[in-house]
Write a protein that binds this ligand. Structure first.
Ligand code: PLP
Length: 401
């Protein structure tokens, strides 16, 4: 397998070798069913219990409040459905325009089933307006589901301030913290959050394992119905290797959170500041003060993000752009679009997301190649600055009718 400079850690992360080591016995000799009465299975059950305690410790929860899931998407789906089923008389949901599809598409589906959904807007910094949130809440609001940190920009929402408003209306507060867990210290004991989703593959555990925190006392109906696993809250024989892996990953994150995030922030800031200083016509997308320590999203005007990615790929550098190539057309990201960014930035945005494995030398390599890549692509670009301004004006005219 080719090695690379991996700066796409909001997409997924490298599995920590210690995590691999911890899970291996549960893929070989320790294959018992954790629900079995015999000692062979009981030992496996004990490993699941310890993993639950470690995941709970990472977010300041009680282990009885942790439900293991298959991924972040399942956690989001389960939380949203459970919150609605617990309050069948209420038919309104509040979320934001910049959620991950794991939340947005569930909300869209619920709209076809008779629910009304408010999609809160964001400003140019990617932040929501707490007054708009307050104005959207009614006695009919069952659920507020808002992400902790945005996967594309890293922008962090003021979750506890949001939670206080949600509680005034007696709604359930679900937070998609898939990008926040392991990057920001969390403490559910002092939080207003009722349910919180996390995903293993974003914190150096493998894909296929996640967890949902459900505050004790929160009414919960399972998404998957069947056996009595997870105290009847998520049926299906447990993914023991994945659970053990997530426990180990959580333990490592908790032990090193302060130091690793400080190092990542220093590297991210150096990368960002130097790119801004050495490349003309580029800017950071999103609130730079309230942001994950590992993420920077930078818009390079007048060129396509995908062209930058392909050029970076030739140097063995992995990053990601804000666009999704769907049906042959390059749709700009819904997140950057919601922020009202100009056309020229929307199409030329790149996300670099670091991890505790990112080194100074890797950042140096990116800094060495990026100015040349941008210069070359701009020279090839069909748009000079005047054309880009014309395009921007045309788009605004279309938007404004
Ligand atoms: N929520 C956010 C904010 C994410 O970034 C992601 C994955 O990128 C998900 C949910 C979905 O998580 P998973 O890939 O584990 O289903």
């Amino acid at each position: 397998m080719q090695t690379c400079i991996y700066l796409d850690n909001n997409a997924t992360t490298k599995v920590d070798p210690e995590v691999v080591e911890a899970m291996l016995p549960y893929l070989s000799e320790s294959y018992g069913n954790p629900s079995s009465m015999h000692t062979f299975g009981g030992q496996v059950g004990k490993a699941v219990k310890q993993a639950r305690q470690k995941v709970a410790a990472l977010i300041g929860a009680d282990d009885s409040e942790i439900i293991f899931t298959s991924c972040g998407t399942e956690g989001d789906n389960a939380a949203i459905r459970a919150a609605l089923q617990a309050q069948p008389d209420k038919r309104h949901i509040v979320t934001t325009q910049v959620e991950h599809p794991a939340v947005l598409n569930v909300c869209k589906q619920l709209e076809t089933q008779g629910y009304s959904v408010t999609y809160l807007s964001v400003n140019r910094q990617g932040q929501i307006d707490l007054d708009e949130l307050a104005a959207s809440m009614t006695g009919n609001t069952a659920l507020v589901t808002i992400m902790y940190a945005n996967n594309e920009t890293g922008v962090v929402f003021p979750i506890e301030q949001i939670g206080l408003r949600v509680k005034e209306y007696g709604a359930i507060f679900h937070v998609d913290a898939v990008q926040a867990v392991g990057k920001i210290p969390l403490n559910m004991k002092t939080s207003t959050v009722d349910m919180l989703t996390l995903s293993g593959h974003k914190l150096h555990a493998p894909k296929g394992i996640g967890a949902l925190y459900v505050r004790r006392g929160t009414r919960f109906r399972p998404l998957l119905v069947g056996g009595h696993q997870e105290r009847g809250r998520r049926a299906g024989t447990e993914n023991v290797p994945g659970i053990v892996a997530l426990g180990k990953a959580a333990e490592i994150e908790l032990a090193h959170l302060a130091t690793t995030t400080k190092k990542q922030k220093q590297l991210r800031d150096r990368l960002e500041k130097t790119l801004l200083a050495t490349i003309p016509d580029c800017e950071v997308n999103g609130d730079r003060k309230n942001r994950l320590p590992n993420t920077t999203n930078i818009g390079f005007k007048y060129i396509e993000g995908e062209a930058i990615l392909l050029s970076l790929n030739q140097f063995g550098i992995c990053a990601s752009s804000g666009s999704a190539c769907t049906s042959g057309s390059l749709e700009p990201s819904h997140v950057l679009r919601s922020m009202g960014l100009p056309y020229t930035i929307l199409h030329g945005s790149i996300r670099f997301s670091l991890s505790r494995y990112t080194t100074d030398a890797e950042v140096d390599t990116v800094l060495a190649v990026m100015p040349g890549i941008v210069e070359r692509l701009r020279a090839l670009s069909p748009f000079n600055n005047d054309q880009a301004d014309w395009l921007q004006g045309r788009e605004e005219a279309l938007v404004n009718g």
